[in-house]
Design a protein around this ligand. Sequence first.
Ligand SMILES: Cc1cc2nc3c(=O)[nH]c(=O)nc-3n(C[C@H](O)[C@H](O)[C@H](O)COP(=O)(O)OP(=O)(O)OC[C@H]3O[C@@H](n4cnc5c(N)ncnc54)[C@H](O)[C@@H]3O)c2cc1C
Length: 445
Amino acid sequence: MLAVHLVQQSATPLRILLIDRAGTVGDGIAYATPNARHLLNVRVANMSAYDSDPDHFVRWLARSEATGMPAPSGAFVSRGLYGRYLRSTLSECLATHSGSSVIGVAAEVTRLQVEEGGVRLTTSNGDDHLVDRAALCVGNFPPALPVVPKATPLGAKRYIANPWSGALSQIGVDDTVLVVGTGLTMVDVVIDLRSRGHRGRIVAVSRRGFLPVGHREVGTYPSFLPADCLPQSVVALMRTVRREIATAAKRGIDWRAVLDALRPQTQALWRALPTAERRRFLRHLRPYWEVHRHRVAPVVSAEISTLQRAGQLVVHAGRTAGVELTDTGVVLIIRRRGETRLPLEGDWLVNCSGPQLDYERIDDPLIRTMFDAGLAKPDPLSLGLDVSDDYRLIDRDGRSSDVLFALGPPIRGGLWETTAVPDIRKQCAALAIQLCEAWRRYSAG
Ligand SMILES: Cc1cc2nc3c(=O)[nH]c(=O)nc-3n(C[C@H](O)[C@H](O)[C@H](O)COP(=O)(O)OP(=O)(O)OC[C@H]3O[C@@H](n4cnc5c(N)ncnc54)[C@H](O)[C@@H]3O)c2cc1C
């Protein structure tokens, strides 16, 4: 998406390298899935690559050979289609803006150095690429390990540490699967297993046992927070939102419409909160926010409810207190509120505990070498990388870089809502304008 916006914005031809260890363009984790039942969590009307042209994806779907038929703007189409949309948008953009080139490089960037002439990127196959500017669009990292009190042999065969690794295919259709985490990743895993004809039990556990709520067709609700006087505390924010939800309910309006009205202001709301209040939000409200804000397609929500009613999916609220792994099975010990330990037995344990956000603990060569060289540092809340308001990486000494930028999930700390397309497309457009303008000024001397 950034490449598309750069090509469109630049007055002169650009050479853009898209370096991805997966060797694909536009897929990432979200859109690489070949499972057509893995649906977008966002309506097609909100998934355009262009904030300024919100119907672009809807129009692509209507004319695309991929679907053959128009999708209503409130539809939720398969995620794999979205990767194709991004690739097609990039090709279309290159075809209409002559001169610029985009080169895909299938490799992992393991090192990044800032030099006199620009940025040197070293890849796992030993190649070096010298570029003028580099943007880290590295997405989410694999889940953190479930917190277990003692060192556990987590390399054991029956433990799937990363649900995106393809390892789910080893699971037998009658196996009992234990899942740590009850959010969007768990939902994906359940849909994946069901697509393979899974008949065995799936037992999922998280601290509160909350499941993502389903979308519902709701109208638009007017913005209700004055932009020049945003709440400065979590308590004030909560009070205002709850009052608005109650007012809306009296008029028969669903709470989802009220929360959706917050969307354009979420980043401003986050920025208005002092760091201590952001911490308070993370400690107390985050699980509620996640399940109500990041909803799933109605058909997905219905399938999860059906599985729960049938007893095939069981959800527990509790803390993981221990794991025993053998070559043939797993015992996950959980501690439910006010109760002693409850052992859960299964054939497999799948980690769906959400992406690792604490970059100090991420075992990734690129991040490690950047931290070691002082080129980047974690944000104050340890939700990602520290960046300036205009997406520049902030180095160990607090200086904003002129050549290194980051977008999307890694900049969660400064913006909070930064993982979904409606947020990312704005960042891409803004960074493209900024880079092209800087380049124009430089070229003009
Ligand atoms: C399962 C899932 C479903 C989602 N569904 C939706 C949805 O329906 N709607 C929505 O708006 N958002 C959704 N999202 C949010 C999603 O994160 C964003 O929409 C978007 O994909 C983020 O794009 P990105 O390019 O920042 O990161 P990603 O798409 O994750 O891409 C990052 C890429 O960087 C590569 N990479 C990382 N480090 C290196 C390195 N050192 N060297 C080389 N390559 C590297 C990875 O291989 C990966 O391909 C979903 C996310 C997930 C995980």
